[in-house]
Design a protein around this ligand. Structure first.
Ligand code: 5GP
Length: 193
């Protein structure tokens, strides 16, 4: 998506350690008009799919998922990160290793909000090593719901997540795929899509 690529070029900051900072428009301050265009694009890509629910993970996925949901006319469920050891039987749970925070979270979704009749679109801000997505996929599978696909704002194509998830036969649509970054010059290189 050209609009998102241009914005990343303009306002994204390349940090050492292969981290792309986009906190001025995506995951701290949020540009809602940009999110709106992203939501429309997810809707165009998944036109005709029987999606009745969007699943994301707190915190950065929520804004993108909510704006996209206005085009799909479906509710958003967000997986919660929790420290609680006493998980009761009312939740689906999984463990996710965080790329940015280098720790492992327990992540839960209430059984009330995902069931075998659901057709789910998973949305997140970044796809890097695929840990967050693997966790969300695990949760959807435990619920018996169908995964219609994944919508990602920024995929870091030089990390393993994209291949890992597509290798499971799951459709992944990323609005911008970064194939390389240079922390010295600040350049970001995009894959032609
Ligand atoms: P993964 O689980 O695929 O390794 O990483 C996905 C999660 O890590 C995303 O939800 C995002 O919050 C965070 N993340 C991964 N890479 C980056 C990055 O380069 N920049 C930012 N801002 N977040 C990232």
């Amino acid at each position: 998506m050209k609009l998102l690529e241009e914005r990343i070029r303009k306002d994204g900051i390349v940090k050492p350690g292969n981290v792309l900072k986009v906190d001025s428009f995506l995951n701290h301050q949020m540009d809602i008009e940009l999110f709106s265009e992203m939501g429309k694009e997810f809707k165009r890509l998944y036109e005709g799919c029987p999606i009745n629910k969007i699943l994301t993970i707190e915190a950065s996925g929520i804004g993108i998922a909510c704006i996209a949901a206005q085009y799909f006319h479906v509710p958003v469920v967000f997986a919660k990160k929790t420290q609680s050891i006493n998980l009761d039987g009312d939740v689906y749970s999984t463990k996710i290793q965080s790329f940015t925070h280098r720790r492992i979270y327990d992540v839960i979704v209430s059984k009330k909000f995902l069931s075998p009749e659901d057709h789910v679109l998973i949305i997140d801000d970044f796809l890097a090593n695929g840990c967050a997505l693997e966790g969300l996929i695990d949760i959807v599978k435990s619920s018996g719901a169908t995964i219609e696909g994944v919508g990602i704002a920024i995929e870091k194509g030089f990390q393993k997540g994209g291949d890992l998830i597509r290798g499971k036969g799951i459709r992944v649509e990323s609005l911008a795929i970064v194939d390389g970054m240079n922390a010295e010059t600040g350049e970001v290189f995009f894959r032609e899509q």
